[in-house]
Write a protein that binds this ligand. Structure first.
Ligand code: HEM
Length: 143
């Protein structure tokens, strides 16, 4: 088990507050990933504009965080919760799983920025574990 009961409580508690800014968090994290790790841009070559303020980045950032929010409500069964998204990333999009770490890192950076007081070391630890579990579940279908 990657997440214990304490982690789950901390994650739910923090998300109770952070979810109000989910779309912004997702857009800023995605926008940052594309700047800080430019190699990730290759997957989004079909987007004309990949800049942080672009329509594509804002819209897709919201999709990502909606999926994260769903995953938080289904924390106990992440592999099942993320099965379809794993299929999509593995077979259709062919995203190298090492890239999940880049997005996770940027999600943490943005959360810490938005909620400096709430983002305690305990929240940092629990969210880091959760995002690692998400990355693990998203890699489930890779063969
Ligand atoms: C599409 C979630 C990481 C590349 C999507 C979609 C979701 C999603 C919800 C939309 C699926 C649909 O439209 O049915 C996530 C989550 C991630 C993650 C939760 C990790 C926490 C990544 C990473 C990359 C990536 C690291 C590449 C560096 C893509 C691409 C698409 C996509 C290229 C299709 C975009 C388009 O509509 O043109 N992802 N993703 N994803 N994802 Fe991810």
């Amino acid at each position: 088990k990657l997440l214990n009961d304490d982690d789950k409580a901390v994650i739910s508690g923090f998300w109770g507050k952070a979810s109000s800014r989910a779309a912004e968090i997702g857009a800023d994290a995605l926008g940052r990933m594309l700047v800080v790790y430019p190699q990730t841009k290759t997957y989004f070559d079909h987007w004309k504009d990949k800049s942080p303020s672009s329509h594509n980045v804002r819209k897709h950032g919201k999709k990502i965080m909606d999926a994260i929010g769903d995953a938080i409500t289904l924390m106990g069964d992440l592999n099942n919760a993320l099965l379809e998204l794993s299929q999509l990333h593995a077979f259709t999009l062919r995203v190298d799983p090492s890239n999940f770490k880049m997005l996770s890192h940027n999600i943490l950076v943005v959360m810490a920025n938005y909620f400096p007081d709430d983002f305690t070391p305990d929240v940092h630890l629990a969210m880091d574990k959760f995002l690692a579990a998400v990355a693990r579940a998203l890699s489930e279908r890779y063969r």
